[in-house]
Design a protein around this ligand. Structure first.
Ligand code: AR6
Length: 188
């Protein structure tokens, strides 16, 4: 079972939650996958989503790549949710941490791009993992700040968004601790 750790209503009206658990069991309109640009879901949360969602997810992903080419940070791909409870999977590509000053903007664009695609798909609820903070090695506290701020900024700039609920679903205790710490500084 996934558990809400902390939640906040943004001034723009959306509920933002930190949730401890497994994103593959989320009962929301869309879950976000932390993907790579080729949508080869071989590790991390991508592997878990692809395995539990069934073969159609990799097949639809391969079809997306054939049609559109590699996925960029700002323009996530999307597929069906296969047999997962979520209707859609939005495949966001965060940056591989380089530490060269370009990482933050790339992560922010992956977050706002995912919210934009969710709106295009008429989603009311969306669950997102800690994009880039696993295999891509983005520092967790830094990622937390960017994910919170870019989410707030998206809704601030898109008053007509149909999204009412954003759940940040975090898997491991180290990530939860990092995100909670930054949450306190951003939202109190
Ligand atoms: N539910 C929620 N979060 C999870 C789950 C889960 N079931 N499993 C892992 N996490 P990562 P990245 C967390 O490495 O850094 C893949 O190979 C995990 O603990 O999945 O963006 C892709 O295909 C971590 O906090 O994504 C790409 O090649 C977070 O999800 C590459 O990894 C993100 O870790 C993407 O790397």
């Amino acid at each position: 079972m996934n558990t809400v750790v902390v939640e906040k209503t943004l001034s723009s009206g959306q509920t933002l939650q930190i949730v401890q658990g497994d994103i593959t069991i989320e009962e929301v309109d869309a879950i976000v996958n932390a993907a790579n640009e080729d949508l080869q879901h071989g590790g991390g949360v991508a592997w878990a989503i692809s395995k539990r969602g069934g073969a159609t997810i990799q097949q639809e992903s391969d079809e997306w790549i054939r049609t559109h080419g590699p996925v960029t940070h700002a323009h996530p791909a999307w597929t069906s949710g296969g047999v997962l409870p979520a209707r859609f999977i939005i495949h966001a590509v965060g940056p591989i941490w380089a530490g060269d000053g370009t990482d933050d903007a790339k992560l922010a664009s992956a977050v706002t791009g995912s919210l934009r695609v969710a709106d295009e798909l008429k989603c009311k609820s969306i669950s997102m993992p800690a994009i880039s903070t696993g295999i891509f090695r983005f520092p967790k506290e830094r990622a937390a700040g960017i994910i919170f701020e870019s989410t707030k900024n998206y809704f601030g700039a898109n008053g007509n968004s149909g999204i009412g609920l954003v759940r940040l679903v975090l898997f491991d205790n180290t990530t939860i601790r990092a995100f909670r710490e930054v949450w306190t500084t951003v939202f109190s």
